[in-house]
Design a protein around this ligand. Structure first.
Ligand code: ADP
Ligand code: MG
Length: 618
């Protein structure tokens, strides 16, 4: 229920539309009751009454017009009698038909208007939900995604939001419309026979309980189904990303089997879910009929005892029968809400997920890097609270304008250490200071503004060369366009020449993740992006490791241009590229094993020398 209210809270922004929807729905209910209840007295008047009775009605004069059913019926009877007396019964028949058609027309106009405004509310809510989720996806720390399936997140953003749109929102409408219907009918029933209505009240909990049982099992199945769909999405997403490898390893059959299997699980779950959903209508109809028969039995007994007039009893049953329809719809709405709640639960898991990288209440802004970065006794583990520290007691100073190189075996913690600078992760112990201020006290955006990052896999987007270089700077002003800053950055990054050879130069689309470019070209675009950002601090995480020696030379050249007059943290696989670093830090299993300049470390003959010798002889 809390979750339902949470979703409802999104309706807040669309109150105006929700209100209009309710108003028009009430109007349509009133007109619908009106159209049905009016027919009986009219036909009565038309076929059963003697001519002198019409005269009697007319003789009473025009009844006072008030906002009450009696007054309205009185007025109708009066004018109808008048029509019959003056123009004959045929005329009156036409009059009635036209009247009922008009009422039904109005009823449907109001119903349409109700839906018309609901469309704004339901789609608006869904739009807001999607926006909230996307914002959250951008805000959540990287660590969140190590434990989530990408496909599952995608299915939450699409299918689950859709489910909310049409189950919960539809139900909200129904929940507002039908109770009004039911209350009016129930009121009539209490008025007619309190004793029988009491009986109804006693009997109702039995079907309600049964329906409740089925619906909570429906919700569990629905959650299972959604999770399965997430897995299915993940497989699709991984397949699209890994087609090259799948084909190269002849793994089509393997992947296909995996997909077919998952799809089968999903389908089975969905079949089970729909069977439960489909149960709602027959179940509630049968239970309604059961209650009705109990009524017929007890009410019939009262009639036989002469404690209830037969006519009242028949009318009562008729009214009760009318209540079954809306009650059935209400149970269906209840079922839909259960299904929607399963989605709401999944959506809420994202929207309410903890942002472990938080800013302090009043973060400090920082616009320049003046002195040094300091790691003070920093320890970190990916599995929080675990003893498996990836970094242990790191102490490190990076002075302004210096080049610090991190070397060590794969898995020794180099990338992890570099990731702590832009606060992708926070240390578990110790702290990191920049110009004497703890990173945690800084405004995250101003901290990240200071840094440029080039990683081994260049992360590019499906867009033009120009927009990839000017990424995050929008809209591109004319000064930034080709010929302006973008081109200047591309020149520094050794990218200008090959860009000019592309069909549409700076406006060429580079494909998904830059798939239309070679590895070296991708990397130089990524470097141009860092050049354009012009940050005082650079982090290069194996920026050349994935390249062949020819493009490595071009990229290294570009990197050297980029590093000029900046502070750099360089992680390099090939030690030859970092020989001139001001300090080389050798990491081993998360600890600093050695540190010093290239020559000093070689002279020492320790871990670094071993690593170096291995590369020289290869
Ligand atoms: P390097 O860059 O030196 O090769 P990393 O810093 O990437 O090493 O990784 C250090 C250790 O942390 C490795 O043992 C790796 O398995 C582990 N690790 C890296 N990323 C994650 C992650 N997202 N979740 C859990 N463990 C991780
Ligand atoms: Mg690494």
């Amino acid at each position: 229920m809390k979750r339902f209210l949470h979703i409802l809270s999104y309706v807040r922004n669309y109150m105006r539309y929700a209100f209009l929807n309710v108003v028009f729905n009430i109007l349509s209910v009133i007109f619908s009751l009106f159209s049905l209840t009016m027919i009986a007295p009219f036909l009565n008047l038309l076929f059963l009454k003697q001519a002198d009775e019409y005269a009697t009605i007319l003789a009473k004069g025009v009844p006072v017009l008030k906002l009450s059913v009696d007054s309205l019926i009185g007025n109708f009877n009066y004018y109808l009698s008048k029509v019959i007396m003056e123009n004959g019964k045929l005329h009156a028949l036409i009059f009635i038909c036209v009247l009922v058609v008009s009422i039904i027309f109005l009823k449907n106009v109001f119903r349409y208007l109700g839906m018309f405004y609901m469309a704004n509310a339901r789609n608006g809510v869904v739009m807001d939900l999607r926006n909230a989720m996307y914002k959250k996806i951008l805000a959540l720390p990287l660590s969140y995604y190590s434990n989530e399936r990408k496909g599952d997140l995608m299915s939450r953003m699409t299918t689950d939001v859709q489910e909310i749109e049409w189950s919960v929102m539809q139900s909200i409408e129904m929940v507002f419309r039908n109770p009004i219907n039911i209350i009016i009918l129930l009121g009539t029933m209490i008025y007619m026979s309190p004793a029988l209505t009491l009986l109804v009240m006693i009997l109702i909990p039995v079907p309600a309980l049964l329906i409740g049982l089925v619906s909570s099992s429906l919700r569990r199945t629905s959650v299972k189904g959604k999770t399965r769909l997430g897995v299915l999405f993940s497989i699709i997403e991984e397949t699209l990303g890994g087609l090259r490898i799948i084909k190269a390893f002849n793994a089509e059959r393997f992947m296909d089997k995996k997909f077919v299997q998952e799809n089968k699980f999903y389908t089975h779950t969905m079949i089970r879910m729909y069977r439960k959903v489909d149960l709602s209508s027959p179940l509630s109809e049968f239970l309604g009929a059961g209650v009705l028969m109990a009524l017929v039995y007890l009410g019939g007994k009262m009639v036989l005892d002469n404690s209830l007039p037969a006519a009242t009893f028949i009318t009562y049953i008729a009214v009760f029968y009318q209540i079954i329809g809306p009650s059935k719809e209400l149970t269906q709405a209840f079922y839909s809400i259960q299904r929607g709640l399963a989605s709401a639960e999944r959506i809420e898991k994202i929207v309410k997920a903890e942002e472990s990288i938080k800013e302090v209440a009043s973060p400090k802004g920082i616009s320049t890097f003046e002195k040094e970065i300091e790691f003070k006794n920093v320890s970190f583990s990916y599995t929080r609270g675990d003893t498996g520290y990836v970094l242990k007691g790191i102490n490190l100073k990076i002075g302004k304008g210096k080049v610090i190189a991190l070397v060590g075996q794969s898995g020794s913690g180099k990338s992890t250490l570099a990731d702590m600078l832009p606060r992708f992760y926070d240390p578990d112990k110790g702290e990191i200071l920049i110009d004497g201020i703890s990173l945690k006290d800084l405004k995250i955006t101003s901290l990240r503004d200071l840094m440029g990052i080039v990683t081994q896999e260049s992360i590019l987007f499906n867009d033009t060369v120009e927009n990839n270089i000017a990424f995050g700077i929008s809209p591109i002003s004319s000064g930034r366009g080709a010929g302006g800053e973008v081109e200047a950055a591309a020149k520094i990054a050794n990218a200008h020449d090959f860009i000019l050879q592309m069909p549409e130069k700076y406006q060429t689309n580079i494909g998904d993740r830059g798939s239309k470019l070679s590895g070296g070209q991708r990397q130089r675009i990524a470097i141009a992006r860092a050049v354009l950002k012009n940050p005082p601090i650079l982090i290069l995480d194996e920026a050349t490791s994935a390249l062949d020696s020819e493009s490595e030379r071009l990229v290294q050249d570009a990197l050297n241009n980029l590093m000029k007059s900046r502070t750099s943290v360089v992680i390099a696989h090939r030690l030859s590229t970092i020989q001139h670093a001001d300090e080389i830090i050798v990491l081993q299993k998360g600890e600093i094993a050695e540190r010093g300049t290239h020559n000093a470390l070689l002279a020492k003959g320790g871990v670094y020398k071993k690593l170096y010798d291995m590369q020289v002889f290869v």
